[in-house]
Design a protein around this ligand. Structure first.
Ligand code: PLP
Length: 442
């Protein structure tokens, strides 16, 4: 195929979060995947150092999951979950409730992280209203937070580039706390940085400004992923929890990236010991095999809404045609069984010290201003090239791909978050490749 034909073939797909024209000049295509590796159409192997998009936690095309989906599509391709049910959906919810923090045991299904976030925000509003506190409508997010791309998630999110174009159409009544990133005090911290618990006190300032009676919920990623891997400072999440408790504000953890072993335990609760009121899930919920997300609620939150409605009334007017889609549930049940059978969350925890060593061995590499890590995630922040922010990061991503490795880049930060099945030799390979690539960037 010549270049003209190829570009013609690529024209119709308007790609998400992609520099479309640049990509289509020099496309990077993935055609197959198995275990830890992708394969390009010309047969080149690419080590998946970022679990697809932080989502393929059990590795690619696992036989148990493939089989479960194949069998399910032949048995029951679709069934509505509005005023009807199918058995797999209840099984998936129960399986999730068995591994989520104690007391968080009511599961609302969605199809993506963005939908989970908007659903959680609506649950928070419905909860307060059901309890007769309908004035609690303000939502508080955080600068540099990423909560997907729907209007709610974009509004509580704090990524300037994602917000700029839609500035006038944000949800009203949203505030942001500052990001916890503090290079001056915390650069090259291993695990949780020592400084910055006091960033949570900004919530007290917002409560003083608006009054708690007007505030519904605070949403944060326990560890911010997409925005460049910002690990919560020691004591920060605890302090957020205390302030929320003091003022009756719901705390939402967006665990779309953190959940399912990434931090070395099932969820952020297992890693940091802080329990939210609502958590949003997606991605690794079913190893990203079929689009799926979920909101998990504390039972009290669910009960306030469900038991507060009149008998026979629909209690929460919200849902998606594909909530608890049978194929997504089949994939989730097989995935959750696999995580348990192979002890993958614990495996991530036991590999974490080696991963940390490997990551921090790059200290001293040209242009690096920070290395951050926790569990099986690490990030390498480069100083921006003067006048060209993001260029070094982009070059690093392209060079890694050429060297046979997929990484994720945000601005000038390179992130790695491999499937939890990674072998020690592959961890070494990730950091050896990165070391070479980063050293080669001007
Ligand atoms: C923390 C967080 N929330 C929400 C989302 C959005 O998820 P999705 O792309 O599935 O809508 C993401 C995606 O990366 C995420 O990292």
């Amino acid at each position: 195929m010549n270049m003209n034909d190829l570009q013609q073939d690529l024209a119709a797909f308007w790609m998400p979060f992609t520099a479309n024209r640049q990509f289509k000049q020099a496309p990077r295509l993935l055609a197959e995947a198995k275990g830890m590796f992708y394969k390009t159409p010309d047969g080149r192997e690419v080590l998946d150092a970022c679990a697809g998009l932080w989502c393929v936690a059990a590795g690619h095309s696992r036989e148990e999951i493939v089989r479960a989906v194949q069998e399910q599509v032949a048995r029951l391709d679709f069934a509505p979950t509005f005023q009807m049910g199918h058995p797999l959906a209840f099984e998936t919810a129960s399986r999730l409730a068995a591994i989520t923090p104690p007391g968080m045991n009511r599961v609302f299904f969605t199809n993506s992280g963005s939908e989970s976030v908007d659903s959680a925000l609506k649950i928070a509003l419905a909860y307060h209203r059901a309890r007769g506190e309908g004035t609690r409508t303000r939502l508080i997010g955080r600068e540099r937070g990423y909560h997907g791309v729907n209007f709610g998630g974009m509004s509580v999110g704090g990524i300037p580039g994602n917000r700029k174009t839609f500035g006038g159409s944000m949800l009203p009544g949203v505030d942001h706390m500052p990001a916890t990133h503090d290079l001056k005090r915390n650069a090259f911290s291993r695990g949780q940085p020592a400084h910055g618990a006091e960033f949570a006190d900004e919530l007290e300032r917002l409560v003083a400004l608006h009054d708690a009676s007007n505030i519904a919920a605070v949403i944060v990623e326990p560890l911010a992923g997409s925005t460049g891997v910002l690990v919560p400072p020691k004591g920060y999440l605890q302090r957020l929890r205390e302030i929320c408790d003091k003022h009756g504000i719901l705390l939402i953890f967006d665990e779309v990236i953190c959940g399912f072993g990434r931090l070395g335990g099932a969820f952020a609760y297992d890693a940091f010991g802080v329990k939210p009121d609502l958590m949003t899930l997606a991605k690794a919920i079913n190893n990203a095999t079929v689009p799926m997300g979920a909101v998990v609620a504390r039972q009290e939150v669910h009960d306030a809404i469900v038991n507060g409605a009149a008998e026979g009334a629909m209690e929460f007017m919200h849902g998606y045609t594909y909530s608890a889609h049978p194929l997504a549930c089949a994939a989730a049940n097989a995935t959750l069984a696999l995580y348990e059978r192979d002890g993958l969350f614990a495996r991530a925890g036991s590999l974490a010290p080696m991963f940390e060593e490997g990551a921090h061995s790059l200290k001293g590499t040209k242009n690096l201003v920070d290395i951050r890590n926790f569990g099986l995630v690490a990030a390498f922040e480069m100083a921006p090239r003067p006048g060209a922010p993001g260029k070094r990061g982009y070059e690093a991503m392209v060079k890694c791909f050429e060297a046979g490795m997929l990484v994720r880049v945000t601005g000038d930060t390179v992130a790695v978050s491999p499937p939890l099945i990674i072998e020690p030799a592959q961890i070494e390979r990730i950091f050896a490749t990165l070391s070479k690539v980063l050293a080669s960037i001007d």
